[in-house]
Write a protein that binds this ligand. Structure first.
Ligand code: 5AD
Length: 374
């Protein structure tokens, strides 16, 4: 079979608004030569719909306490080798100040899964405190707050939304239900993950989701379905990263197999970003830390394939060390005083620039609102 070029696929689909599962499958199956075209098209399309701006979100890993037991994740409750923490309000406010002082515009508060009332009310209080502490002339509504704190009840999501968070990240991990069951214990279900995403959407959050790539048993069709799911659901933000081994998890038994597939997974991750951009022109797509860790290369690479968001880690060394999701996470992409300059220097070479002091919401969200109101 002769594969169509990326361009032919999306031009024939009316500038990408109508990519079907098979088209996506073809895009992520392109060989190395054809990928250049895909990359170039995704890059141009990003500029056309989102401009040249790259947005930063300060990532704050505020608690590693987790009641879930995902077979791939270092924070799983059965992992007794990490010290559990919940950062103090003072620490979290200090992190918010770092974001504000450096013009980052948005903060992402990320934690393990915790549905206890003390956790919920602490998060609620912290959201309000950050909002109050970060209002300024350039950001009259304070820092944009994204939460990423797992599956919660509708009521909890609503409390946090009313406290001032306006975006939420909850990865579906994979849309293949069988595979979902393979990598999670029986009490964590695909259905409840979907329900949580629907609740977030209903409440009015800008909703982000994503998947892990390169899972044992995952096929190209699965990945094409994953992108189609995000498009069909109307997701506003995407974070897709390769699955990386964590030696303290049950899935570390795949270590050898995973080592032998690294290069392929890196290439696939980049193609997935480009294909997601072609399928969803106006969403925010993150250049993930998991990809930077696996490739050992800079986060700029994913930007060239259509990503437009970078999330440097603000969390201090002490907390970072205990937020050990997978091998070699270590000090990857830690924010420092030179961070913005260094990234901007690299971005300049590819005609992109960091936009400071703005929330940087995805236009997709506002288009969706307009449609709902019409
Ligand atoms: N490799 C890559 N990503 C991982 N995550 C957790 N463990 C791993 C791993 N071993 C991601 C999952 C989860 C988020 C907290 O981190 O996608 O949603």
């Amino acid at each position: 079979m002769i594969l169509k070029t990326a361009k032919e696929i999306y031009i024939s689909k009316n500038m990408s608004n109508n990519l079907q599962i098979n088209d996506i499958k073809e895009l992520i199956s392109l060989d190395d030569k054809e990928v250049q075209q895909l990359k170039c098209d995704a890059y141009k399309l990003t500029e056309k719909h989102l401009g040249r701006s790259i947005y930063l979100r300060g990532l704050v890993e505020f608690s590693n306490i987790c009641e879930f037991d995902c077979f791939y994740c270092g924070l799983r409750k059965s992992n007794g080798n990490i010290k559990r923490f919940f950062a103090s309000e003072e620490d979290i406010l200090e992190y918010a100040k770092i974001c504000n002082d450096n013009g980052l515009g948005s903060i992402v508060l990320q934690s393990g899964q915790n549905s206890s009332e003390p956790f919920i009310s602490k998060v609620e209080r912290v959201i309000k405190l950050i909002k109050n502490a970060t209002k300024s002339e350039v950001l009259p509504n304070g820092l944009g707050i994204t939460l990423s704190a797992g599956e919660q009840k509708h009521e909890t999501y609503k409390r946090w939304f009313e406290a001032g968070a306006h975006r939420y990240l909850l990865r579906i991990e994979t849309t293949n239900e069988y595979l979902f069951r393979q990598i999670h214990p029986p009490n964590q279900t695909f259905q409840s993950r979907i329900k949580a995403l629907e609740n977030l959407d209903r409440i009015g959050y800008q909703v982000g989701t994503g998947i892990m790539l390169g899972l044992p048993g995952q096929t190209i069709s699965d990945l094409a379905n994953d992108i189609y799911f995000m498009k069909d659901f109307g997701i506003d933000m995407i974070g897709m990263g390769p699955y990386n081994i964590n030696d303290e998890t049950p899935m570390s038994s795949y270590s050898k197999w995973w080592e032998s597939r690294k290069d392929e997974i890196i290439r696939l991750s980049l193609k997935m970003i480009a294909a997601a951009r072609l399928a969803m022109v106006d969403v925010n797509i993150a250049s993930t830390t998991a990809l930077a860790v696996l490739s050992g290369r800079s986060k700029i690479e994913a930007i060239e394939y259509g990503a437009n968001v970078i999330m440097p880690r603000i969390t201090n060394e002490n907390h970072r060390k205990q937020y050990y999701l997978y091998r070699l996470l270590g000090n990857t992409d830690v924010f420092n005083d030179d961070y913005i300059n260094e990234i901007n220097k690299k971005l300049e070479k590819i005609n992109r620039k960091i936009a400071l002091n703005t929330w940087g919401d995805a236009p997709h969200y506002f288009m969706k609102q307009d449609k709902n109101e019409a």
